[in-house]
Design a protein around this ligand. Sequence first.
Ligand code: CP
Length: 315
Amino acid sequence: MKHYLNIKDLKNLQQTVKEAVQLKENELEFQDLGKGKTICLLFFNNSLRTRLSTQKAAQNLGLNPIVMNFGSEGWQLEFEDGVVMNQNKSEHVKEAAQVIAQYCDIVAIRAFASLTDKEKDLAEIVLSNFEKYAGIPVVNMESATGHPLQALADAITMEEFKVPHKPKVVLSWAPHPKALPQAVANSFVEMMQLQDADFVITHPEGYELDENITKNSKIEYNQEKAFENADFVYAKNWSNFNDYGKVLNEDENWMITADKMKLTNNGKFMHCLPVRRNVVVADEVIDSANSIVIQEANNRTYSAQIVLKKILENL
Ligand code: CP
């Protein structure tokens, strides 16, 4: 694998999940694979899980990780071609990407959606420019439109908690006071489309995700109906895609509660974290034995590690 920008960059999701579960049993098995090589982790936005798990994954493979909070410590980058750079942007991505490639063999990038400029967000200007100019493998640590490391960790977690029948999996919108990107939900949808599952997306009317991503996935506007017999409930807020980046609904009736979980097939509760308790999910759900959010967070290491392993094997 050259780059990991989207879950579809994996040749075979099911096979990769199995390999990740195996790798988890002996996480230092390939500790010489990255020896003498360096990965730069560039954060244009905050992180807890992605930063620590990707660093740990790199170290497990013998890679030397360099972490930079680019958003607060780097020069402000220009991404447009032919611009007269006499304003506040000090460096063009053309130089920055090539310079970074002098110091590392792989670059991993977190650059969230602006939620103000839909066209630029959909064009993935940060990720695509690094891919264009760096000339080394690029890993998506959550971009404007996707979070494929999270989706792979979710797939690994569902494999570990798999049920003895075709699972019903529900992606449920949940309320949030701030405008959040669609990235996690998008990648979860794309990952589920590669699974043999009864997959349902539930959200208030008007909160449709990008139909280029949801395609033929089932949408159910009645959340309680969607929850019936679910084996997994994946909660996530996203801001409006059509009225781009707007929060049009904070309806607390969409919070994940114990009463709603009772409608499921003893379903597991999932969330990528961080999560706002008693806004997105009630304490009684996230603190219950059916909550597997910590296991999901743990699997972020093995998701990143299997991806980096595949990239290193191709270097
Ligand atoms: N789930 C996730 O990506 O967490 P962080 O934003 O803390 O990295």
